[in-house]
Design a binder for this molecule. Structure first.
Ligand code: NAP
Length: 291
Protein backbone atom coordinates (compact mmCIF):
# COMPACT_ATOMS: atom_id res chain seq x y z
CA UNK A 1 0.00 0.00 0.00
CA UNK A 2 1.52 3.33 -1.02
CA UNK A 3 1.44 6.29 1.36
CA UNK A 4 1.35 9.90 0.25
CA UNK A 5 4.67 11.74 0.41
CA UNK A 6 4.86 14.65 2.86
CA UNK A 7 4.37 17.13 -0.02
CA UNK A 8 2.54 15.42 -2.89
CA UNK A 9 3.16 18.29 -5.33
CA UNK A 10 5.83 20.93 -4.80
CA UNK A 11 6.21 23.94 -7.08
CA UNK A 12 9.51 25.83 -7.02
CA UNK A 13 9.51 29.21 -8.73
CA UNK A 14 13.16 30.13 -9.33
CA UNK A 15 15.07 26.87 -9.65
CA UNK A 16 18.48 28.27 -8.76
CA UNK A 17 20.94 27.65 -5.92
CA UNK A 18 18.39 27.84 -3.11
CA UNK A 19 15.23 26.56 -4.85
CA UNK A 20 17.20 23.80 -6.56
CA UNK A 21 18.95 22.72 -3.36
CA UNK A 22 15.66 22.55 -1.47
CA UNK A 23 14.06 20.44 -4.23
CA UNK A 24 17.10 18.13 -4.38
CA UNK A 25 17.11 17.61 -0.62
CA UNK A 26 13.38 16.89 -0.33
CA UNK A 27 13.57 14.51 -3.28
CA UNK A 28 16.53 12.66 -1.80
CA UNK A 29 14.59 12.19 1.44
CA UNK A 30 11.53 10.97 -0.48
CA UNK A 31 9.44 13.79 1.01
CA UNK A 32 7.96 15.06 -2.28
CA UNK A 33 5.86 13.41 -4.95
CA UNK A 34 6.10 15.62 -8.00
CA UNK A 35 8.32 18.72 -8.30
CA UNK A 36 7.40 21.39 -10.84
CA UNK A 37 9.83 24.20 -11.62
CA UNK A 38 9.24 27.63 -13.07
CA UNK A 39 11.47 30.52 -14.12
CA UNK A 40 12.16 32.75 -17.09
CA UNK A 41 15.00 30.88 -18.70
CA UNK A 42 13.97 27.64 -20.40
CA UNK A 43 17.54 26.38 -20.70
CA UNK A 44 18.01 26.55 -16.91
CA UNK A 45 14.73 24.68 -16.43
CA UNK A 46 15.71 22.02 -18.99
CA UNK A 47 18.95 21.58 -17.06
CA UNK A 48 16.91 21.24 -13.86
CA UNK A 49 14.93 18.36 -15.42
CA UNK A 50 18.11 16.81 -16.81
CA UNK A 51 19.77 16.94 -13.37
CA UNK A 52 16.68 15.40 -11.77
CA UNK A 53 16.01 18.48 -9.63
CA UNK A 54 12.46 18.86 -10.98
CA UNK A 55 10.14 16.42 -12.78
CA UNK A 56 8.81 19.00 -15.19
CA UNK A 57 8.64 22.74 -15.67
CA UNK A 58 6.35 25.44 -16.93
CA UNK A 59 7.74 28.83 -17.92
CA UNK A 60 4.38 30.31 -17.00
CA UNK A 61 4.16 30.41 -13.18
CA UNK A 62 0.35 30.62 -13.34
CA UNK A 63 0.34 27.09 -14.83
CA UNK A 64 3.21 25.81 -12.69
CA UNK A 65 1.37 26.42 -9.39
CA UNK A 66 -1.86 24.67 -10.40
CA UNK A 67 -2.62 21.86 -7.94
CA UNK A 68 0.58 22.43 -5.95
CA UNK A 69 0.39 21.70 -2.21
CA UNK A 70 3.42 23.86 -1.43
CA UNK A 71 4.77 26.73 -3.52
CA UNK A 72 8.30 27.95 -2.80
CA UNK A 73 9.19 31.35 -4.26
CA UNK A 74 12.98 31.32 -4.66
CA UNK A 75 13.54 34.28 -7.00
CA UNK A 76 15.54 37.47 -6.26
CA UNK A 77 13.81 39.82 -3.81
CA UNK A 78 12.98 42.36 -6.52
CA UNK A 79 10.92 39.76 -8.42
CA UNK A 80 8.84 38.37 -5.52
CA UNK A 81 6.03 40.93 -5.87
CA UNK A 82 5.54 40.29 -9.60
CA UNK A 83 5.63 36.50 -9.11
CA UNK A 84 3.06 36.71 -6.31
CA UNK A 85 0.78 38.96 -8.35
CA UNK A 86 0.83 36.41 -11.17
CA UNK A 87 0.28 33.23 -9.14
CA UNK A 88 -2.20 34.20 -6.41
CA UNK A 89 -5.37 33.73 -8.53
CA UNK A 90 -4.14 30.27 -9.60
CA UNK A 91 -3.17 28.77 -6.24
CA UNK A 92 -5.02 25.69 -4.99
CA UNK A 93 -7.33 26.49 -2.07
CA UNK A 94 -5.17 24.40 0.30
CA UNK A 95 -1.78 25.60 -1.04
CA UNK A 96 0.83 26.82 1.43
CA UNK A 97 3.21 29.44 0.05
CA UNK A 98 6.66 30.36 1.34
CA UNK A 99 9.67 32.30 0.12
CA UNK A 100 13.42 32.24 0.77
CA UNK A 101 14.23 35.94 0.39
CA UNK A 102 17.20 37.35 2.31
CA UNK A 103 15.19 40.26 3.75
CA UNK A 104 11.74 39.84 5.22
CA UNK A 105 10.19 43.32 5.68
CA UNK A 106 10.10 43.86 1.91
CA UNK A 107 8.50 40.45 1.33
CA UNK A 108 5.78 41.17 3.89
CA UNK A 109 5.19 44.55 2.19
CA UNK A 110 4.90 42.76 -1.19
CA UNK A 111 2.43 40.27 0.30
CA UNK A 112 0.29 43.08 1.70
CA UNK A 113 0.38 44.98 -1.61
CA UNK A 114 -0.67 41.93 -3.64
CA UNK A 115 -3.30 40.43 -1.31
CA UNK A 116 -4.47 43.61 0.39
CA UNK A 117 -4.00 41.77 3.70
CA UNK A 118 -1.75 39.12 5.26
CA UNK A 119 -3.00 35.73 4.08
CA UNK A 120 -2.85 32.85 6.60
CA UNK A 121 -1.27 30.45 4.09
CA UNK A 122 1.92 32.48 3.48
CA UNK A 123 4.90 31.63 5.72
CA UNK A 124 7.87 33.94 5.05
CA UNK A 125 11.24 32.19 5.40
CA UNK A 126 14.99 32.60 4.93
CA UNK A 127 17.54 29.78 4.91
CA UNK A 128 20.85 31.03 6.33
CA UNK A 129 22.86 29.00 3.89
CA UNK A 130 24.30 29.67 0.50
CA UNK A 131 27.40 29.95 -1.58
CA UNK A 132 28.71 32.65 -3.90
CA UNK A 133 27.45 30.60 -6.88
CA UNK A 134 24.05 30.78 -8.60
CA UNK A 135 21.83 28.73 -10.84
CA UNK A 136 20.52 25.19 -10.70
CA UNK A 137 23.93 23.70 -11.54
CA UNK A 138 25.30 25.18 -8.32
CA UNK A 139 22.54 23.55 -6.21
CA UNK A 140 23.21 20.57 -3.96
CA UNK A 141 21.12 18.50 -1.58
CA UNK A 142 23.19 19.05 1.56
CA UNK A 143 23.26 22.86 1.40
CA UNK A 144 20.96 23.27 4.40
CA UNK A 145 22.38 20.51 6.59
CA UNK A 146 23.26 21.85 10.05
CA UNK A 147 22.34 25.36 8.92
CA UNK A 148 19.63 27.57 10.28
CA UNK A 149 16.41 28.51 8.58
CA UNK A 150 14.59 31.54 9.94
CA UNK A 151 10.81 31.69 9.60
CA UNK A 152 9.06 34.99 10.27
CA UNK A 153 5.41 33.99 10.70
CA UNK A 154 2.97 36.81 11.35
CA UNK A 155 0.03 37.04 13.74
CA UNK A 156 -2.26 36.09 10.84
CA UNK A 157 -0.21 33.03 9.78
CA UNK A 158 -2.06 29.74 10.03
CA UNK A 159 -0.48 27.42 12.62
CA UNK A 160 -0.78 24.35 10.37
CA UNK A 161 0.86 26.18 7.44
CA UNK A 162 3.66 27.31 9.75
CA UNK A 163 4.17 23.73 11.01
CA UNK A 164 4.25 22.37 7.48
CA UNK A 165 6.97 24.77 6.34
CA UNK A 166 8.93 24.19 9.55
CA UNK A 167 8.82 20.42 9.00
CA UNK A 168 9.74 20.80 5.33
CA UNK A 169 12.94 22.62 6.29
CA UNK A 170 13.70 20.21 9.11
CA UNK A 171 13.73 17.40 6.53
CA UNK A 172 16.68 19.17 4.84
CA UNK A 173 18.72 18.85 8.05
CA UNK A 174 18.31 22.50 9.03
CA UNK A 175 17.55 23.89 12.45
CA UNK A 176 14.44 26.05 12.13
CA UNK A 177 13.95 29.14 14.29
CA UNK A 178 11.19 31.73 14.38
CA UNK A 179 11.94 35.45 14.49
CA UNK A 180 10.11 38.75 14.16
CA UNK A 181 10.32 40.37 10.74
CA UNK A 182 12.15 43.51 11.89
CA UNK A 183 14.49 41.60 14.18
CA UNK A 184 15.41 39.34 11.25
CA UNK A 185 16.25 42.32 9.04
CA UNK A 186 18.37 44.02 11.74
CA UNK A 187 20.32 40.83 12.51
CA UNK A 188 20.89 39.97 8.85
CA UNK A 189 21.96 43.53 8.00
CA UNK A 190 24.74 43.11 10.59
CA UNK A 191 25.82 39.53 9.96
CA UNK A 192 25.35 39.13 6.23
CA UNK A 193 24.43 42.28 4.35
CA UNK A 194 27.15 44.57 5.78
CA UNK A 195 29.94 41.96 5.23
CA UNK A 196 28.88 41.63 1.58
CA UNK A 197 29.06 45.42 1.16
CA UNK A 198 32.57 45.42 2.67
CA UNK A 199 33.77 42.57 0.44
CA UNK A 200 32.37 44.13 -2.74
CA UNK A 201 33.80 47.56 -1.88
CA UNK A 202 37.23 46.26 -0.89
CA UNK A 203 37.63 44.27 -4.10
CA UNK A 204 36.33 47.14 -6.22
CA UNK A 205 38.62 49.70 -4.55
CA UNK A 206 41.69 47.52 -5.12
CA UNK A 207 40.64 46.50 -8.63
CA UNK A 208 40.65 50.16 -9.67
CA UNK A 209 44.23 50.83 -8.51
CA UNK A 210 46.87 51.21 -11.23
CA UNK A 211 49.01 48.41 -9.84
CA UNK A 212 46.05 46.06 -9.25
CA UNK A 213 47.68 43.15 -11.11
CA UNK A 214 50.65 43.33 -8.78
CA UNK A 215 48.39 43.67 -5.71
CA UNK A 216 46.18 40.69 -6.57
CA UNK A 217 49.24 38.56 -7.44
CA UNK A 218 50.29 38.77 -3.79
CA UNK A 219 46.81 38.29 -2.34
CA UNK A 220 47.11 35.58 0.29
CA UNK A 221 44.65 33.33 2.09
CA UNK A 222 43.25 36.08 4.30
CA UNK A 223 42.31 38.19 1.30
CA UNK A 224 40.70 35.19 -0.39
CA UNK A 225 38.69 34.33 2.75
CA UNK A 226 37.57 37.90 3.26
CA UNK A 227 36.55 38.53 -0.35
CA UNK A 228 35.03 35.19 -1.45
CA UNK A 229 31.54 36.62 -1.09
CA UNK A 230 32.34 39.45 -3.55
CA UNK A 231 31.80 36.79 -6.24
CA UNK A 232 28.10 36.59 -5.28
CA UNK A 233 25.44 37.50 -7.81
CA UNK A 234 25.35 41.33 -8.20
CA UNK A 235 21.63 41.44 -9.09
CA UNK A 236 20.67 39.47 -6.01
CA UNK A 237 22.75 41.75 -3.79
CA UNK A 238 21.40 44.87 -5.42
CA UNK A 239 17.91 43.65 -4.52
CA UNK A 240 18.97 42.95 -0.91
CA UNK A 241 20.37 46.51 -0.57
CA UNK A 242 17.08 47.95 -1.79
CA UNK A 243 14.96 45.59 0.31
CA UNK A 244 16.84 46.12 3.58
CA UNK A 245 17.84 49.73 2.93
CA UNK A 246 17.21 51.30 6.37
CA UNK A 247 18.85 48.59 8.47
CA UNK A 248 21.79 48.31 6.09
CA UNK A 249 22.40 52.07 6.04
CA UNK A 250 22.43 52.07 9.85
CA UNK A 251 25.07 49.33 9.90
CA UNK A 252 27.16 51.08 7.22
CA UNK A 253 27.07 54.33 9.25
CA UNK A 254 28.11 52.50 12.42
CA UNK A 255 30.94 50.71 10.65
CA UNK A 256 32.11 53.87 8.82
CA UNK A 257 32.34 55.76 12.13
CA UNK A 258 34.41 52.96 13.68
CA UNK A 259 36.67 52.74 10.62
CA UNK A 260 37.16 56.51 10.72
CA UNK A 261 38.08 56.25 14.40
CA UNK A 262 40.68 53.61 13.56
CA UNK A 263 42.04 55.83 10.77
CA UNK A 264 42.33 58.68 13.30
CA UNK A 265 44.24 56.48 15.74
CA UNK A 266 46.61 55.33 12.98
CA UNK A 267 47.08 58.95 11.85
CA UNK A 268 47.89 60.04 15.41
CA UNK A 269 50.00 56.97 16.20
CA UNK A 270 47.64 56.22 19.09
CA UNK A 271 48.91 52.78 20.03
CA UNK A 272 46.48 52.17 22.90
CA UNK A 273 43.37 52.87 20.77
CA UNK A 274 44.64 50.57 18.02
CA UNK A 275 45.63 47.75 20.38
CA UNK A 276 42.43 48.04 22.41
CA UNK A 277 40.32 47.73 19.27
CA UNK A 278 42.29 44.75 17.88
CA UNK A 279 42.33 42.96 21.25
CA UNK A 280 38.60 43.50 21.75
CA UNK A 281 37.89 42.22 18.25
CA UNK A 282 40.19 39.20 18.65
CA UNK A 283 38.50 38.27 21.93
CA UNK A 284 35.07 38.56 20.33
CA UNK A 285 36.10 36.56 17.24
CA UNK A 286 37.79 33.82 19.32
CA UNK A 287 34.66 33.42 21.41
CA UNK A 288 32.31 33.29 18.46
CA UNK A 289 30.70 30.04 17.56
CA UNK A 290 31.44 29.92 13.82
CA UNK A 291 31.57 26.66 11.91
P1 NAP B 1 19.80 32.01 -8.18
O1 NAP B 1 20.67 30.82 -8.08
O2 NAP B 1 20.14 33.07 -9.17
O3 NAP B 1 18.32 31.52 -8.46
C1 NAP B 1 17.26 32.41 -8.67
C2 NAP B 1 16.33 31.80 -9.70
O4 NAP B 1 15.23 32.70 -9.87
C3 NAP B 1 17.00 31.64 -11.04
O5 NAP B 1 16.99 30.27 -11.36
C4 NAP B 1 16.15 32.48 -12.00
O6 NAP B 1 15.87 31.67 -13.11
C5 NAP B 1 14.87 32.74 -11.23
N1 NAP B 1 14.31 34.08 -11.49
C6 NAP B 1 14.94 35.26 -11.45
N2 NAP B 1 14.08 36.25 -11.70
C7 NAP B 1 12.88 35.66 -11.91
C8 NAP B 1 11.60 36.16 -12.23
N3 NAP B 1 11.37 37.46 -12.40
N4 NAP B 1 10.58 35.27 -12.36
C9 NAP B 1 10.81 33.95 -12.21
N5 NAP B 1 12.02 33.43 -11.91
C10 NAP B 1 13.03 34.28 -11.77
O7 NAP B 1 19.66 32.75 -6.78
P2 NAP B 1 19.60 32.13 -5.31
O8 NAP B 1 20.93 32.31 -4.69
O9 NAP B 1 18.97 30.79 -5.36
O10 NAP B 1 18.64 33.20 -4.61
C11 NAP B 1 17.25 33.09 -4.67
C12 NAP B 1 16.64 33.76 -3.46
O11 NAP B 1 17.21 33.17 -2.29
C13 NAP B 1 16.88 35.26 -3.36
O12 NAP B 1 15.69 35.89 -2.93
C14 NAP B 1 17.94 35.39 -2.28
O13 NAP B 1 17.77 36.59 -1.55
C15 NAP B 1 17.65 34.17 -1.41
N6 NAP B 1 18.80 33.63 -0.69
C16 NAP B 1 20.01 33.49 -1.30
C17 NAP B 1 21.08 32.96 -0.58
C18 NAP B 1 22.44 32.78 -1.22
O14 NAP B 1 23.45 32.73 -0.51
N7 NAP B 1 22.53 32.68 -2.54
C19 NAP B 1 20.92 32.56 0.74
C20 NAP B 1 19.65 32.67 1.33
C21 NAP B 1 18.60 33.22 0.60
P3 NAP B 1 15.58 32.33 -14.54
O15 NAP B 1 16.78 33.14 -14.89
O16 NAP B 1 15.35 31.14 -15.39
O17 NAP B 1 14.36 33.14 -14.39
Amino acid sequence: MSTQPFIPRLCVIGVGLIGGSLARSLREQGKVGEVIGSGRNEENLRTAVHLGVVDRYDIDPTNAVVGADVVVIAVPLGAIGEVLRAIVPHLAAHAVVTDVGSAKGSVVADIERVYGHIPPHFVPGHPIAGTERSGVEASFATLFQNRRVILTPLAETDAAAHRLIRTMWEFTGAEVVDMGVRHHDVVLAATSHLPHMLAYTLVDTLARLDDRAEIFRYAAGGFRDFTRIASSDPRMWHDICVANREQLLEMIALFSADLEQLAGAIRNGDQSVILTLFERAKRARDNLYLD
